[in-house]
Design a protein around this ligand. Structure first.
Ligand SMILES: [Zn+2]
Ligand SMILES: [Zn+2]
Length: 388
């Protein structure tokens, strides 16, 4: 079935790395999800209202929230591919997060509402009038969700999409929820016990949990999450291919959605290299990275003294002081100036964001360590948190 759908609706189906083909897979997954979930919603809502069962009604709304997230995913793929315009030079990728957030809020609202009606149902229990139709509909709903699970899993693996894989997990947890509702309906019909309200509460909690989790993820994306360590490693490895650059630091990645990524970093070049040549190399890296990673790259040039043994010695000393304070500290942009009695060492200190010390305290402590051991050294330190 899944194979047939792919064959029918996904043009050029084997080219799974092409964004256009991925978009078609996502559209197929999204539209199938919306149609089936709306169908499930209609069926369960009818059954729930006929049987006066709050649990079945809650389970029906669980399907609406799934259809809602599928709509957002679809819109997201559409909007993200909308070209930049005069008002939005950074593209429209983040619109996906905003629509996502609105849907998350609606899901939470529905969950809270269902929680309330379930409590009322527990306070004044009434046996739902479960019919064979109710049971058949719930059973069919479980089978449909099971099929959706396999369907999403297949497509998620095919195009290696974490969003679609996550949807497949959501389907399997829906199977559990509906099974629970089915059990409570069976208990009502055959044991005459009204546990409907309790099952309703469980499903409501389920919806609330899904909504809150999704909202947290959306907020994270809106605030800006750090780039993946694989991406940063790929950037470092790429620059290593240019022997003129001794190292890089202060990498910043701005992500405005797929295809709208901006990177900046400092490239260390030997202080005695020709400025025109160094600039040419830097320009080259910017161009090559744009081609390889599809992002806009800006590189700042940092001259470093590499052939002065005195500078080397002092730099190692500063590195040691930073490491002694905290093994996670690193330094860069090391320079030296000679005063009459003192040597000034000037450098940047990179303090991990989870460090207990403030950047100012960290700088002070490292400076103290240096002047303790070398009274004729004065350290001027600029400490900062990394952006990656
Ligand atoms: Zn720098
Ligand atoms: Zn330039």
């Amino acid at each position: 079935m899944t194979k047939l759908l792919i064959k029918l609706f996904v043009k050029d189906k084997d080219n799974v790395t092409d964004p256009a083909v991925r978009g078609r897979y996502a559209a197929l997954a999204g539209i199938t999800g919306i149609l089936l979930n709306l169908l499930l919603f209609a069926g369960k809502l009818t059954a729930g209202l006929l049987a006066a069962s709050v649990a079945v009604i809650a389970d029906a709304f669980n399907n609406v929230s799934d259809a809602g997230s599928s709509v957002v995913t679809l819109i997201g793929f559409r909007l993200a591919s909308k070209p930049v315009d005069k008002e939005h030079p950074l593209g429209h990728g983040r619109l996906e997060y905003i629509t996502g957030f609105i849907v998350d809020m609606l899901i939470i609202l529905v969950g809270a509402e269902l929680f309330k009606s379930s409590i009322e149902k527990i306070a004044s229990p009434r046996l739902p009038s479960v019919t064979t139709l109710t049971l058949v509909l719930l059973g069919a709903a479980i089978l449909v969700k099971l099929w959706l699970f396999f369907f999403y899993r297949k497509i998620g693996r095919l195009i290696d999409s974490s969003a679609i894989k996550a949807t497949s997990f959501d389907s399997i947890s829906d199977v559990v929820a509906t099974t629970l509702v089915l059990v409570s309906a069976l208990v009502a019909k055959f044991a005459g016990l009204a546990i409907d309200g309790w099952a309703g509460i469980l499903v409501a909690c389920f919806i609330l949990f899904t909504g809150l989790k999704a909202a947290k993820e959306t907020i994270d994306l809106l605030l800006g999450t750090p780039p993946s360590s694989e991406f940063i490693k790929a950037v470092y490895d790429f620059v290593k291919g240019y022997p003129e650059v001794a190292g890089i630091h202060d990498v910043i990645v701005h992500d405005y959605g797929p295809g709208r990524k901006f990177i900046s970093f400092h490239a260390e070049v030997p202080a005695n290299s020709d400025i025109n040549y160094a600039h040419d190399v830097i320009d080259c890296i910017e161009r090559d990275m744009n081609e390889k990673f599809g992002c806009v790259v800006t590189i700042h040039l940092d001259p470093i003294v590499m052939d002065d043994p005195r500078v080397d010695k002092m730099r190692i000393l500063a590195e040691k002081a930073a490491e002694d304070e905290d093994p996670a500290f690193t330094i860069h942009d090391f320079r030296m100036t000679y005063g009459g009695r003192h040597i000034n060492m000037i450098f940047d200190l990179c303090v991990p964001s989870d460090c207990k010390l403030s950047t100012a305290e960290a700088a002070k402590r490292v400076a103290e360590r240096i002047s303790e051991k070398n009274p004729d050294c004065y350290a001027v330190i600029k400490a900062e948190h990394p952006f990656v």
